[in-house]
Design a protein around this ligand. Structure first.
Ligand SMILES: Nc1ncnc2c1ncn2[C@@H]1O[C@H](COP(=O)(O)OP(=O)(O)OP(=O)(O)O)[C@@H](O)[C@H]1O
Ligand SMILES: [Mg+2]
Length: 342
């Protein structure tokens, strides 16, 4: 093919702790799959499944496999598997045929070490990115929510995913103030598992804990809520299958305990808003994005804590990717787009 190359579309890749999403310019989000890889138990170079197909196998496969989550708390912890996974998702999004050095917008948590940041950039370079533009997740989330991030007014966003919570005040195309903590949906699930272990002597899978959280009718529920849920797991002492009745009011109490740290992070940023932007926030309020923003009544809880209006963004789970995608749609207008620059 003398000198001929297929043209790659510009894309945005949002590699999340639990879910990875790929946006293709002018098309939208074309891949949205769990960040998981399954390899052979005795040979981790033998990839068995990635993403959706890996998720389907979990709990159903034979013993000789290993489940790998290449990210933890928002950052890559298994470099090799992250690369395999990202390559698979990007190929799926743009097609192998088109895989000719695409330009990529890549999201990253606000607080990452140089090594963690480098790991993401290297992974993208290794799979063939021609140019990389790094955007902080909170900024992308605000943009994807449709907030006026390029205007000289303040927007306040709280992106609560699976691994990290990103709190940021955004204005004039940048982050004015932010705070990032490694506490989000997964820590809530862990707290629920911990409670069940302690209170009911039952061991449950991450998935059972997460499902219990998703079934919760109201994060503000108190003792008056007479709602019991049936939980299945294993007896902590005997390892035998066990079923217990769990009081959902207690589960919401456990969740609220974990949420305290998220409230502190919000408070930290709220307390430091420059006076010229304070009126905007008081008027427009706080916007919640990320999968965990869908906890029922979390907005009410935060609003009553701080006396500021709070709204859950539309398509909360996809805002970060949509914001990064908007940037991919306008790649030529992104300033300072040297490799790895934000
Ligand atoms: N309806 C719901 N109620 C409560 N939590 C939910 C709901 N739907 C999803 N979640 C939680 O949202 C989280 C996933 O959100 P998201 O996809 O934004 O995370 P991520 O992008 O993978 O992680 P991060 O951005 O932190 O690296 C999980 O913890 C999941 O349990
Ligand atoms: Mg995310």
């Amino acid at each position: 093919m003398a000198g001929f190359q297929f043209v790659s579309p510009d894309i945005a890749v949002d590699v999340g702790t639990n879910n990875t999403r790929v946006y293709v310019k002018d098309k939208g989000i074309v891949v949205n799959e769990p960040s998981v890889v399954i390899v052979r138990g005795d040979d981790s170079r033998k990839i068995i499944a990635v993403g959706d197909s890996a998720e389907e196998m979990i709990g159903r496969s034979s013993g000789n496999v290993r489940i790998i989550h290449p990210l933890r708390d928002g950052v890559i912890v298994d470099y090799e598997m992250a690369q395999v996974m990202i390559h698979y998702f990007v190929s799926k999004a743009i097609g192998i045929r088109h895989f000719v050095r695409p330009r990529m917008v890549v999201t990253m948590p606000g607080k990452v070490s140089k090594v963690e940041r480098r790991a993401v950039i290297n992974a993208m370079e290794r799979i063939g990115a021609r140019q990389i533009f790094v955007v902080e997740q909170a900024f992308a989330a605000a943009l994807g929510t449709g907030l006026p991030v390029y205007e000289p007014q303040g927007s306040f966003v709280v992106d609560i995913g699976a691994g990290t919570t990103e709190v940021a005040l955004v204005s004039m195309g940048g982050i004015v103030l932010s705070h990032s903590i490694r506490i989000a949906g997964n820590k809530i699930d862990e707290a629920i598992s911990g409670y069940l272990k302690k209170q009911h002597a039952i061991l449950v899978t991450e998935r059972v804990a997460e499902q219990l959280k998703m079934d919760l009718p109201d994060v503000l529920a108190n003792e008056e809520l007479e709602h019991m849920a049936i939980v299945r797991g294993r007896d902590i002492a005997t390892g035998m299958p066990l079923t217990v009745d769990v009081n959902m009011a207690k589960v919401s109490e456990v969740i609220r305990e974990t949420l305290k740290e998220i409230l502190s992070a919000i408070k930290w940023v709220l307390g430091r808003i420059p006076p010229e932007l304070a009126a905007d926030i008081l008027q427009n309020g706080i916007f919640l994005t990320g999968g965990s923003a869908m906890l029922p009544n979390l907005d009410t809880m935060i609003a009553s804590e701080f006396g500021v209006p709070v709204s859950v963004a539309r398509d909360a789970g996809e805002c970060t990717t949509l914001g990064a995608g908007y940037m991919a749609d306008h790649f030529d207008m992104l300033g300072g787009t040297g490799k790895g620059e934000a």
